[in-house]
Design a binder for this molecule. Structure first.
Ligand code: ADP
Length: 399
């Protein structure tokens, strides 16, 4: 038995979970928010209890000390040395990392070289790793990448039709994100259906505030909707997803926008928020749509259509699929979105009945009818578990 943590560091936050492995039992989960700002918040759930403290946490190092003392004080671990392994979410692994790796100077150097590809996320991942390494120097640390699962995409599916030198010189290509989630969904679908991973042909829909869809062929990512950055693909909470790239040039010319302006508009002001003018949160949009708000109704239709289009395209590209899997905040909670999307896929013989789907949230369940030609599943995703599994695997291999 080993205690293993999974850690997701943001520029001003930490999310963590503590697992007992190999049982995969969650002992605690929590987060630190507003690091570096006044009134930082520490929260943790364990053993049916919940704690929340507001205090000033000036940096990530102090945040980790707070997490560590909370784990000991609440007897989740007896000594810090009991934590034997940590899986760190490092976000962008470029073309170099196609699976999780144990910490090494070489891996750190390579990772730093990739900073350009994720200028906000990769430094946060590194900072998180360094802070935990200082607190837990004897633990085994493993780097987990959001992009790794998608490294199996064939070249014709990851290249953009722009001059080839931008790929050769600048590594501009589709990388995809949420790989840890799509991998989990693939593995879990295989377990639930008793299939071998290499026989899994499905489309996984991770629909959250950020969303991506992946064609999983023979258990591997074959194509995914996020691209060079997480801005691409379906419509999201505040991100536009795929748009005509010439719109950018047009707006720059017309309004003299800088690249920061464009970045802000497309990443923070578009999607559900931009179309509805109400909110980036799909719950607010659903409520407004139910009251007849036209732009909310429009935003819902646009979102659903993007998902339908992408799933349909992937089914065609893969030469057929056995199942569609829903996950993420919207996929796991909104039966209405699932219904509209599945109705839009009826051409493939997809049939999801209300009695199987209505009001179902947050549980593993097959939603399609017996008559459905393709299965539809709801599988709550668990990226933290994948991180803990990879960290535990490294720990065992090096024991
Ligand atoms: P992130 O990409 O930040 O991880 P999440 O996966 O948490 O996002 O998803 C957030 C989205 O999920 C929001 O649009 C939110 O409205 C939606 N969501 C969460 N809970 C519900 C719910 N009970 N009903 C409908 N939508 C929900």
């Amino acid at each position: 038995m080993a205690i293993v943590m999974s850690v997701n560091a943001g520029s001003s936050s930490f999310k963590f979970q503590v697992f007992e492995m190999p049982e995969e039992k969650v002992l605690a989960q929590g987060n630190v928010e507003r690091i570096g700002l006044e009134n930082s918040i520490f929260g943790m759930k364990f053993n049916g209890q919940k704690i929340k403290e507001v205090m000033d946490i000036p940096d990530h190092g102090v945040a980790v000390k707070k997490i560590m003392s909370a784990l000991v004080d609440n007897k989740i671990v007896e000594h810090l040395d009991d934590i034997q392994a940590v899986g760190h979410r490092m976000v962008h692994g470029g073309e170099y990392f196609d699976h999780s790796v144990k910490e090494s100077q070489e891996a750190i150097d390579k990772f730093i070289e990739l900073t350009d590809l994720a200028p906000l996320h990769n430094p946060a991942g590194l900072l998180g790793y360094r802070s935990f390494k200082e607190a837990l120097p004897h633990a085994s640390h493993t780097f987990v990448f959001d992009t790794a699962f998608h490294q199996s995409m064939p070249k014709e599916n990851y290249l953009y039709p722009i001059p080839y030198e931008y790929y050769e010189n600048d590594k501009i290509r589709r990388y995809g994100m949420h790989g840890t989630s799509h991998l989990y969904l693939t593995q879990r679908y295989a377990e639930l259906t008793g299939k071998k991973i290499e026989d899994v042909n499905i489309v996984t829909c991770h629909l959250g505030n950020g969303g991506s869809i992946t064609a999983v062929k023979n258990g591997k990512s074959f194509k995914t909707s996020m691209g060079f950055t997480p801005l691409a693909g379906i419509m999201m909470g505040t991100r536009c997803g795929d748009i005509d790239p010439a719109i950018i040039v047009y707006l720059q010319k017309k309004y003299g926008y800088t690249y920061e302006d464009i970045d802000n508009i497309l990443n923070k002001k578009s999607g559900f928020l931009g179309v509805s003018g109400i909110s980036s949160d799909s719950r607010d949009i659903e409520d407004a749509a139910a009251e007849g708000n036209e732009r909310a109704i429009l935003a819902e239709k646009m979102f659903n259509n993007r998902v339908i289009e992408t799933v349909s395209g992937y089914i065609g590209l893969m030469g057929g699929a056995d199942a569609i899997v829903f996950a993420g905040g919207i996929g796991e909670n909104s039966w209405l979105h699932r219904k509209e999307i599945c109705d839009g896929l009826s051409v493939f013989g997809v049939e999801v009945l209300d009695e199987l789907n209505k009001d179902v949230r947050g549980v593993e369940k097959k939603l399609s009818s017996e008559a459905s030609k393709m299965e539809v599943w709801l599988i709550p995703t668990d990226e933290e578990l994948v991180m803990a599994r990879d960290a535990y695997k490294d720990l065992m291999e090096n024991a």
